[in-house]
Design a protein around this ligand. Structure first.
Ligand SMILES: Cc1cc2nc3c(=O)[nH]c(=O)nc-3n(C[C@H](O)[C@H](O)[C@H](O)COP(=O)(O)OP(=O)(O)OC[C@H]3O[C@@H](n4cnc5c(N)ncnc54)[C@H](O)[C@@H]3O)c2cc1C
Length: 371
């Protein structure tokens, strides 16, 4: 078992691996480039695999209390007519459930645990260089300080600096042709769970993120990859919501400059195996960044952290622990990234929605198998 680890990046993957390694007795230092350790204010959907991983990490009760966890789903046509209602499970297990949470709330839950656990957190810091001599990794930071660690974990997101240093030949993230709009608003009367609208010019869904609020997401096909100024966001989103019925006109009317609205072009990358070299490894979006079509990026990041700590605890040999980690993560990451991108392609080509739904259901049930 290693004695020390440096984790670069304090997002979901970084905080989770910090907690899981620390629980095994590893001395963990976590650094994040952001001096304020903030995350942007959007909602995220949480699928069964994310809830199971939160449960395994020990944060599910807090996620339930501060987010929304339920089961079942309502489907509507563009005019708002209910076209199906997938029934809720009775006393569902986490893996049979779903929900939503504000990203800053999830960050708050995880970062409070990290602080309580006594993990060393250093903010506003990046790695300038690192050298692995086989027995440890010597790291120099951009404030001139340095340290030596048994393991270096790159959890620094889709544009990972650590991935770029370890694997300079790896392909850069690629834009898919879709952009994702998200907004937070009060929950309309009668909204009890996930709702999706089918057959519209854009893909539209709603998910509660707390007892009082929900977030909506819209996937728009934008092949020319446009960028929007902050003051254009609300009007553009209102335009996209205009064709939809039910409670959408009320939600749309409530959107204004005060609203939390954000837009992100969808990009993906899947690092070829292995994701490790010597005593360094990349995890989370740094290894496998997917589009939100399966809404399970958070769960995959948590699983990475838990599996990494699990394999590290089994042996003193870092390279065989990393090989075992890789063997458990590779196929799940491939499944989720390739099938998410494929679903986006089907949507953009106006292809068969039944095929896309089959792929979604089939992938989620394979991911429901133990990780
Ligand atoms: C539009 C969109 C919608 C999504 N919706 C969902 C959803 O509904 N449900 C879901 O489960 N997932 C969703 N995801 C995916 C999910 O957000 C990611 O999979 C997840 O955040 C990955 O966590 P991470 O810790 O690997 O990376 P990140 O969350 O990106 O964290 C990386 C961290 O590293 C830090 N960092 C970056 N560079 C450096 C550096 N050089 N040095 C030090 N620190 C650095 C950053 O400050 C950040 O704190 C969505 C993604 C997108 C783009």
């Amino acid at each position: 078992m290693i004695g020390s680890a440096l984790i670069v990046g304090g997002g979901i993957a970084g905080m989770t691996s910090a907690l899981a390694l620390s629980a095994k007795g590893v001395g963990v230092t976590l650094v994040d480039a952001d001096p304020n350790w903030r995350v942007y204010g959007a909602g995220i959907s949480i699928t069964g695999i994310s809830l199971r991983a939160f449960d395994d990490l020990g944060i599910l009760d807090e996620v339930r209390a501060r987010g929304h966890v339920g089961s079942g789903m309502r489907g509507r046509s563009v005019d708002g007519t209910v076209i199906f209602q997938a029934p809720a499970h009775e006393n569902p297990k986490p893996i049979q459930s779903g929900g939503g949470i504000m990203r800053p709330v999830l960050h708050d839950i995880l970062s409070a645990r990290v602080r309580e656990t006594g993990i060393t957190v250093r903010l506003g810091l990046k790695v300038s260089s690192f050298a692995d001599d086989g027995a440890g990794v010597d790291v120099t930071f951009d404030d001139g300080s340095s340290g030596r660690y048994d393991l270096l974990v790159g959890a620094d997101g889709i544009f990972s600096q650590i991935r770029g240093t370890l694997f300079p030949e790896a392909p850069k993230p690629r834009f898919t042709g879709q952009g994702c709009w998200r907004a937070v608003a009060p929950r309309p009367e009668g909204m009890t769970g996930t709702e999706m609208f089918f057959g519209g010019p854009v893909k539209l869904g709603f998910n509660p993120v707390s007892a009082t609020h929900m977030y909506l997401f819209v996937l728009e096909h934008v092949l020319d990859n446009p960028r929007y100024a902050d003051d254009q966001l609300v009007d553009h989103l209102k335009g996209l919501l205009a064709p939809f019925g039910a409670y959408v006109p009320e939600v749309r009317a409530g959107l204004g400059p005060h609203s939390l609205v954000n837009y992100r072009p969808l990009e993906w990358q899947l690092l070829a195996a292995p994701w490790h070299k010597g005593r360094a490894v990349v995890i989370g979006d740094a290894a496998h960044a997917t589009t939100p079509h399966m809404a399970s990026g958070a769960g995959m990041a948590v699983e990475d952290g838990l599996v990494l700590a699990d394999e590290m605890a089994k042996t003193d040999d870092v390279s065989s622990a990393l090989a075992a980690f890789m063997a458990r993560r590779q196929e799940r990451a491939r499944l989720i990234v390739e099938n998410s991108v494929r679903i986006g392609e089907i949507e953009m080509s106006g292809g068969d929605q039944v095929e896309a739904n089959k792929m979604l259901g089939g992938t989620l049930s394979r991911l429901a198998e133990p990780y």
